[in-house]
Design a protein around this ligand. Structure first.
Ligand code: PRP
Ligand code: ADE
Length: 177
């Protein structure tokens, strides 16, 4: 059932203290990928959440790079087109940009300007919600193009950082720490 799917997902994610720097407890999504039963459980949980959306989203956006693990997987099963948001300088053609705050300094993400259309309903997927800076920058890119973020799905939510507070869209997390 759902509870045991959530447990197998949570138990398959390994944590690494002080990576990539002191004080950070790194939650490694790739450890889950070593266990196909855990990946299957996670896929079911995400798919169920997407299939409950009314109306069905027009586009699934995945955030570089770990959002690319799940976006295309869900796209394939739902037949909803997949679109990437990438770090600056990686996407060809005309792009829209959004800069956001990191712990030290700033970063910029981009979307191809013709990738989504005005008025479309968008689902955003990523592996993890920390401060929410990345997800909020993605939400701003979607609204720059006149589309609407109907939901964000993340595998993991770090509750201490209260990233949810910084994001202007409903967020569903599969597991919380
Ligand atoms: C990580 C993670 C999220 C983001 C969350 O990505 O995959 O996208 O940080 O942090 P935030 O909520 O504080 O913005 P990262 O920028 O490390 O890039 P990567 O996926 O390419 O490793
Ligand atoms: N991205 C931001 N914070 C993270 C963490 N604690 N584990 C994995 N990825 C992250």
């Amino acid at each position: 059932g759902r509870e045991s799917d959530i447990n197998i997902v949570k138990n398959s994610i390994e944590s690494y203290p002080d990576f990539p720097k002191p004080g950070v407890l790194f939650r490694d999504i790739f450890s889950l990928m070593k266990n196909p039963k855990a990946l299957e459980a996670l896929n079911k949980l995400i798919l169920e959440e997407v299939e409950n959306m009314v109306p069905k989203p027009d586009v699934i956006i995945g955030l570089e790079s770990r959002g690319f693990l799940f976006g295309p997987l869900i796209s394939l099963q739902t037949r909803i087109p997949f679109v990437p948001i990438r770090k600056k300088g990686k996407l060809p053609g005309q792009v829209n940009k959004q800069t956001y705050e990191l712990e030290y300094g700033t970063d910029t993400v981009e979307i191809q300007s013709d990738a989504i259309q005005q008025g479309q309903n968008i689902l955003i997927v990523d592996d993890l919600l920390a401060t929410g800076g990345t997800l909020q920058a993605a939400c701003k890119l979607v609204s720059q193009l006149g589309a609407h973020v109907k939901k964000c799905i993340v595998v993991m939510e770090l509750l201490d950082l209260n990233g949810r507070r910084s994001v202007d869209a409903p967020i569903h997390s599969i597991v919380q720490y």
